[in-house]
Design a protein around this ligand. Structure first.
Ligand SMILES: Cc1cc2nc3c(=O)[nH]c(=O)nc-3n(C[C@H](O)[C@H](O)[C@H](O)COP(=O)(O)O)c2cc1C
Length: 326
């Protein structure tokens, strides 16, 4: 997820079991072949020995976003040369800026363009590495949902993730899991259900209504970093673990800051940390309280102190002095 799930976050999310694979933030392809540094920035895992995996061994697919088949193909070849072992094509991004420049979900208005993009990338890398795609149910409406899905399969995609909303629906609930099921019934490649899976119950409903064996987690994995592990545990044992307690979340946030701090300036880490805390507050009252109390803190150490204290013992910085407010 762009601006959210970088290599550090991928590392932290995959430290507990549950994820079978993860995807990078999208690499924006316009017309030129991009230099290796762009791929390495999005996917530092490419620089390690062997196939790109998280430190705990979960495969990392590299995502491309673009509309020009030739440019996508050139960048797919570049990614392959740099060691990518999975390429995912983004046809779901709803951002106005991206759509205005003819990328992401804007291609869903014409299944032939979806086909051309997937076919070009597939031809560029052959069957050496799998090409996968991610779509929404359409741009303004769902009329072309099936045609777009079939286009990805026909052009050589080996798996399709479907976010159960149109572009115009943005992130407004509900995600239409039953629509994902209609697509699944018509395709032979695996279809993965995505959208609004926040809890074990959501996971169950999404699987039941879509009929998909696999789901993709987005915001739900940030809101509860152990959601995938809780799903896996439920599958394996039938036991429902409760939502991840604040203590575990606070430890993850502390690790996140420590890892990010080794490469990024404190002010950037501060804002990334608040961003993740803000995702967590959707599912955790303590995270919501902390976010409220700490949102104006600009000093990273004060923020970390505020996250580390027990609920009964507010840190000095939690009542922000004017000097610390933005
Ligand atoms: C901030 C943000 C950034 C995202 N970036 C990407 C991206 O780079 N590539 C992609 O395929 N989807 C991206 N998405 C969409 C998510 O992968 C997912 O399809 C969507 O959020 C619905 O799933 P969820 O309800 O589980 O979050 C992004 C979503 C958000 C909220």
């Amino acid at each position: 997820m762009e601006g959210v799930i970088d290599s550090v976050t991928r590392d932290l999310l995959t430290r507990s079991p549950g994820f079978d694979w993860v995807v990078t933030e999208f690499v924006r392809v316009v017309d030129a072949r991009l230099p290796p540094r762009v791929f390495h920035k999005h996917c530092p895992e490419l620089q390690a020995e062997g196939a790109p995996v998280t430190p705990s061994g979960v495969p990392v697919a590299l995502q491309l976003l673009g509309s020009d088949p030739e440019a996508l193909a050139a960048n797919a070849r570049q990614a392959l040369r740099l060691g990518a072992t999975g390429l995912d094509l983004n046809f779901g991004c709803p951002a106005k800026m991206v759509n205005r420049h003819d990328g992401g979900a804007s291609l869903l208005r014409d299944p032939r363009r979806v086909h051309a993009a997937v076919a070009a990338v597939h031809a560029a890398v052959g069957d050496e590495i799998p090409v996968t795609a991610k779509i929404r149910l359409g741009f303004a409406d769902r009329r072309l949902a099936l045609a777009c899905a079939l286009a990805t399969e026909d052009a050589g995609a080996r798996r399709l993730v479907v976010h159960g909303r149109t572009r115009d629906e943005g992130y407004r609930p509900p995600a239409h899991w039953e629509w994902i099921g209609r697509i699944r019934q018509r395709l032979s490649i695996p279809v993965v259900a995505n959208g609004d899976i926040w809890t074990l119950e959501d996971y169950w409903k999404a699987r039941t209504l879509s009929g998909c064996r696999d789901v993709m987690l987005g915001r739900g994995a940030l809101a509860d970093p152990r959601l995938a592990a809780r799903i896996r545990h439920w599958q394996a044992t039938g036991e429902r673990l409760p939502e991840t307690p604040w203590g575990v979340r606070a430890a993850i946030l502390a690790d996140f800051a420590a890892l990010q701090r080794s490469t990024l300036p404190d002010r950037v880490v501060t804002s990334l940390l608040k961003q993740w805390l803000s995702h967590m507050r959707q599912r955790d009252d303590e995270a919501a309280r902390r976010f409220q109390a700490l949102k104006r803190i600009t000093d990273l150490d004060t923020l970390l102190e505020g996250l580390a204290t027990t609920p009964a013992e507010p840190a000095a910085g939690m009542t922000a002095s004017p000097a610390l407010t933005v």
